[in-house]
Design a protein around this ligand. Sequence first.
Ligand SMILES: Cc1cc2nc3c(=O)[nH]c(=O)nc-3n(C[C@H](O)[C@H](O)[C@H](O)COP(=O)(O)OP(=O)(O)OC[C@H]3O[C@@H](n4cnc5c(N)ncnc54)[C@H](O)[C@@H]3O)c2cc1C
Length: 581
Amino acid sequence: MTEIQQPQQIKTDVLIIGAGVGGAMAAIHARDLGADVVITTKGAFGKDGAASWMAGSFFNAAINSPDSPEAHVRDVVVAGKYLNNQKLLHSILSHGAEVVHELLEWGSRLRLNDGKPSVGVRLGNSFNRGASHVRGGFLGTELRRVLPAQVRKRGAKILEDFYVTDLLTNGTRVVGALGIDLRSGEFTVINAKATMISTGGYLGCYEHRTGNSSLVGDGHALGLRAGAEVMDMEFVQFMPLAMVWPPVFKGFVLYSMADNIRGHMYNSKGERFMERYYPDQKEFVLREAQSRAIFREVKEGRGSPHGGVWLTINVMPRNLIDLFIKRTERGRIWDKLREEYGIDVHYDGMEVYPACHYTCGGLWIDEKCRTQLEGLYAVGESASGGKDGADRMSGHGLIYAMTMGIVAGRDAAASVANEALPEVDPKQVKRLAEIASEPLVMNGGVKPYEIKAEIRNILSTSAFYGRTEDGLKAGLSRLDVVRKDALPEVYSSAKGRILNGEWVGALEARNMADVARMVLESALLRRESRGLHERDDYPQTDPAWLKHIIMSQTDGDLKIRAEPLEEFPYLQPSEMDAVLG
Ligand SMILES: Cc1cc2nc3c(=O)[nH]c(=O)nc-3n(C[C@H](O)[C@H](O)[C@H](O)COP(=O)(O)OP(=O)(O)OC[C@H]3O[C@@H](n4cnc5c(N)ncnc54)[C@H](O)[C@@H]3O)c2cc1C
């Protein structure tokens, strides 16, 4: 065992693990109530792999009368196939208008009309509530310009290039976290009165994804290991039109044809296959329907050379193609595609396949974003509480994260105001630091990237579309091999401690195995198809499965249970029964 240096100690009122829009909003609102705040990111603040800074188009908020948070909740519950926690949704979505007004006050260039927020109607919404960038540009870029600056202005302590390895506990109370300051390579203890997980989703546990590979569900695993409950992990959203080739464009998302582009899709036989699935609407169907059809074509051997189908947008008038190019331009990608690969989207097809885009599963939380563990909050994509139900309505990732940040940031600051700092157990710190150091100590074994690739392949094969009992069980057996044989052998061939990405990769691989296990187990237990969870062997939605699947862990044993929904304050079960038949 290498000598573990005495970790440096930081004390604070509120520790926020993760600095996307959820963490940033929580930091702002906790600081505004006078709390000391420490916020961490794996990379540089505003420039790391957070999904928030990649967000493309819009978010929904009930701003203008006669719209209301209640109407907003009802729309979201219909999209979520009635599995949503309505009380939680109302608690957070009630802050939607506040988010828009704050962003404008802080200088965000959101679309305005006569000085008032101007919003557009988006699919599935009963009212105009889609807030977008004033020039139709990337919303994430705008949020990145504004939110980190507000956090800095308020004097929160920002720990960049900082990887949190574990939560620290004292009985069932969370007392902070242990992390690695990647610039020095040393362990740091952050002792906090309140700790918040805002580490984003687990799209990085899939092979093909629209976001950054570093989003592997670290916070889900941290919470599970510390004794918190995790739920709804089987609901994973895929974006149908993500490029699979050329390699540098892999995962670049074209949004769906129900959103903003028109096009035709073809398989390897040259058939416009959507005519077969949807003779009337053809390509003009919702994201899920497009994704499923593409998946079937490829699975049945009619895919393109790089495992997708062809999409051509040359059916749009030239001026609209030019507009599409202008709006989606990032680093001159379309020029690059034409100059280096000879693909001109005015004329040529692109190879696309569904990519993991958003994950609904996360930590159990109540209406104040508190987990069951005293002192632990969760917000954004790492928190569930049942907010998404069985499907996330588009344009709701950002608004959930930002409104939860407001709710949790304020509650955490208020609840710690008169509290003493809880004690950290030095023995626990030493033990956790030793475990996290193992990949550096090992001199041979399995490389992190091999384990990550295997886990990504398992989920992409077994927990994608077309789920079956046999497929999910096969995935779990493969994962068992990873957990029992490969993970204990994971090592970093680079032995330096400073900015050692391989070391971090080994720790991420451990978390990915926990996340993958929860996805597979919950997908196996849910014997129905609902929203994003599609079982070939149980193709119908079953009203008896109006239940959340909730998991916890004791001594490495995963406990799993299905819990019926009990409260329906905004959409009654009778209305749902009518729809579910
Ligand atoms: C390409 C793309 C486009 C999207 N477009 C839209 C859109 O138009 N509208 C919309 O509403 N939603 C959109 N979404 C979804 C939305 O962006 C996310 O749901 C939302 O931003 C999640 O915010 P978050 O704060 O929870 O997490 P993130 O923004 O993902 O931030 C997570 C943070 O946690 C940090 N972190 C993770 N693990 C650790 C660790 N162990 N230690 C320290 N730090 C850690 C990361 O570094 C990062 O700072 C899009 C997503 C993608 C990928």
